[in-house]
Design a protein around this ligand. Structure first.
Ligand code: TYM
Length: 331
């Protein structure tokens, strides 16, 4: 059976980008057609300056949201990365497989490191080695497919390179995984700055729709989205990024085609209004289910505990095999 793995990092409140780019497919498709694992990758949240209480809160919220979007713990494995030691164990072997040059070429690293230094801060070493841990997350489970947004494509290419290299050096150990992306909205852009990705840790929040935003807040944010010069509604991601982003979001919500939808509108106002309502309707059940689940922390914890037990069992034999393959003595 196809093995699927993906994860979400608890560095901020989850966004419409996370949902359309990744989580929606996990719930609607992936868990039904494959043996799937979905992980709150909390170790990754420690690669930038963090507040322990906030990471704890965001991790629990992310786990609750995974269930709220429809992941069914009877069908798939939902767990928290730090509770399965195999991730950190295998990450070290990935650091011994990758080169520092490969890590430094990662766009996500360059952007975050530059930003951090510009603010006068320092860069944690784990920010550089981040892709080694991410590769470990994926490879530990013999993963075939990794459903992610477009921003993760480079990390996935590196993961493939590391799997191939490891197998060549030490013998067949890992499945070489591939990324899958949604057909529309693989890269949702910030509403106020449509040339940058809608990211949960962006500096300003006006352009970010959070999954738990109230309906009126969602409406306001979409109505205030930056559109482009010109008045006609055309789908052109390079020349009209603001309008194209709204069309992408509307298409993702309604199941339409962005370019086709463009033809149905003669004004930006009407496009925004329909997009706002579509997003509100899309997120309503998620918010309602989250509210229910949030009152029962015991249930979420028990799902995570069972998930970690299952994940550990799945990962251990392959990680043990990798340890032996590189020449470490079996325990
Ligand atoms: P993270 O937490 O930034 O995002 C979680 C998922 O949401 C997708 N995504 C988006 N898709 C479309 N448009 C957007 N604006 C947008 N923003 C986020 C991401 O592509 C991702 O699929 N490095 C990963 C976490 C990770 C991981 C893994 C993922 C760690 N180990 C192993 C898969 C497999 C990250 O930071 O995702």
């Amino acid at each position: 059976k196809t093995r699927i793995f993906s994860g979400v990092k608890p560095t901020g409140h989850l966004t419409l980008g996370n949902y359309l780019g990744a989580m929606r497919r996990w719930a609607d498709e992936d868990q039904h057609r494959a043996d799937a694992l979905f992980c709150v990758v909390d170790l990754h949240a420690l690669t930038v300056e963090h507040d322990p209480a906030r990471v704890r809160r965001l991790s629990r919220q992310a786990a609750t949201l995974l269930l709220a979007v429809g992941l069914d713990p009877e069908r798939c494995t939902v767990f928290v990365q730090s509770q399965v030691a195999e991730h950190a164990r295998l990450s070290y072997l990935m650091e011994c497989t990758a080169t520092d040059g490969e890590m430094r070429r990662m766009i996500a690293y360059k952007e975050k490191a530059t930003g951090e230094r510009a603010r006068g801060g320092s860069v944690r070493l784990s920010l550089l080695t981040y892709p080694a841990l991410m590769a470990a997350d994926i490879l530990a489970y013999g993963t075939h497919e990794v459903p992610v947004g477009e921003d993760q494509a480079q990390h996935l290419e590196l993961t493939r390179d590391l799997a191939v290299r490891f197998n060549q050096r030490y013998g067949p150990t890992f499945v070489v995984p591939k990324a899958t992306h949604p057909q529309v909205a693989a890269r949702v852009m910030d509403l106020t700055e449509p040339t940058s990705k809608m990211g949960k840790s962006n500096g300003t929040t006006a352009g970010i729709v959070y999954l738990l935003d109230e309906a009126d807040v969602v409406r306001k944010k979409v109505m205030r989205a930056v559109t482009d010069a010109g008045r006609d509604v055309v789908y052109d991601r390079a020349e009209r990024p603001g309008v194209a982003n709204l069309l992408d979001v509307l298409a993702a919500c309604t199941g339409g085609e962005p370019a086709e939808l463009a033809g149905a509108y003669t004004s930006y106002g009407a496009l925004k209004k329909d997009t706002a309502e579509a997003v509100v309707e899309l997120l309503r059940p998620v918010r309602e289910r989250h509210a229910e689940l949030a009152t029962d922390g015991g249930y979420v914890d028990s799902v995570l505990r069972a998930g970690a037990d299952r994940a550990r069992e799945m990962a251990r034999p392959r990680v043990d095999a990798a340890y032996r393959a590189v020449g470490l003595l079996p325990g």
